[in-house]
Design a protein around this ligand. Structure first.
Ligand SMILES: NC(=O)c1ccc[n+]([C@@H]2O[C@H](COP(=O)([O-])OP(=O)(O)OC[C@H]3O[C@@H](n4cnc5c(N)ncnc54)[C@H](OP(=O)(O)O)[C@@H]3O)[C@@H](O)[C@H]2O)c1
Length: 286
């Protein structure tokens, strides 16, 4: 698998989005573990998660625990796997999403994630989403403290606009390594953040790159250009989508969600799919 850079760490050009294995419609644990193992077998060394990826009240961190268990039970070497988790979002009743960007919450949430992941320091910790009730500088100040204390090795942000990116990078003393925003064929308004990340040398991680859990299967039907190019190459439209994203800039590292081995294996082959300039132009247009 080709690699890309997050901070000083080389990771696979495609990451695994682990959310579908813990929220509505999630599979049983056996299939989830098999999916994570299939990702590792395919050379995936970036796994994206969050403490809020769970279903029921009382199971905060379900997704982090699942990943930790999958790494322990994997037969091979996992020392180069980067786990990227997040804090600042919550699902108190299991269903609806709420925010808490207070420094005390972020520090407590980080401690809890450290324990669930069973590590001394979290590889990449991302502030999940700005909380309008807390000044952004205060939330990012907490992330800076976690970096300075060695609780996290790298810091990222999510759901950020260009002003957030510049402000976070300033507060972190130039140590911002990643931005995770929604970006897909149907949702392209994060293009300006993608370009800014590319300029700054910060990784850009598109979330819901295939359109989201409930729409990913219809990508080819909804975006016929992706279907046409897929047919030319004899691959899935989802693989074309990920190859198109990778071609946008070296900063881009898509994190397609998966809950079955077959889909992550298919996505992991995207870096090997080389699209022509004409194909990229067609996909850019629609
Ligand atoms: N920062 C944030 O606020 C935020 C928000 C949402 C998501 N995220 C992160 O981004 C990740 C990805 O987003 P997402 O899971 O919402 O949506 P997504 O990646 O657009 O779509 C996920 C769905 O795509 C299907 N899929 C994956 N690869 C495929 C392939 N090659 N061919 C056909 N279908 C394929 C999977 O199906 P199967 O389930 O059948 O495998 C999965 O359910 C999440 O897992 C999470 O880590 C972050």
């Amino acid at each position: 698998m080709q690699t890309r850079r997050i901070g000083d760490v080389r990771v696979s050009a495609i990451g695994l989005g682990a959310m579908p294995m813990s929220i509505e419609g999630r599979p049983d644990e056996g299939r989830s573990i098999a999916t994570i193992h299939a990702a590792l077998d395919a050379g995936v060394t970036l796994i994206d998660t969050a403490d809020a990826y769970h279903l029921k009240q009382g199971e905060v961190g379900h997704n982090e625990t699942l990943i930790a268990r999958a790494l322990v039970t994997y037969g091979g070497d996992t020392s180069d796997v980067l786990i990227a988790t997040k804090g600042g979002h919550l699902r108190p009743g299991g269903g609806s999403w709420t925010l808490n960007g207070s420094p005390s919450h972020l520090k407590d949430a980080c401690e809890a994630s450290l324990k669930r992941l069973g590590v001394d320091a979290i590889g990449l910790y991302q502030y999940h989403r700005p909380d309008p009730r807390v000044p952004y500088a205060e939330s990012i100040g907490a992330i800076r403290d976690l970096l300075d204390e060695g609780k996290i090795r790298m810091a990222g942000i999510s759901n950020a606009d260009p002003a957030h990116i510049r402000q976070a990078n300033d507060i972190l003393g130039g140590r911002l390594v990643s931005v995770q925003n929604q970006f897909s064929p149907a949702f392209r308004s994060s293009e300006r953040e993608l370009r800014l990340c590319d300029q700054l040398g910060v990784a850009f991680l598109p979330w819901s790159p295939l359109g989201g859990i409930s729409r990913a299967g219809d990508l080819g039907a909804a975006h016929t250009g992706f279907n046409r190019v897929a047919q030319v190459h004899g691959v899935s439209p989802q693989r074309v989508c990920l190859a198109w994203m990778l071609a946008r800039a070296p900063a881009v590292i898509p994190i397609p969600g998966s809950s079955r081995p077959g889909t992550i294996r298919d996505s992991a082959a995207a870096p090997d799919l080389i699209l022509t300039d004409d194909e990229l132009a067609e996909l850019d247009a629609g």
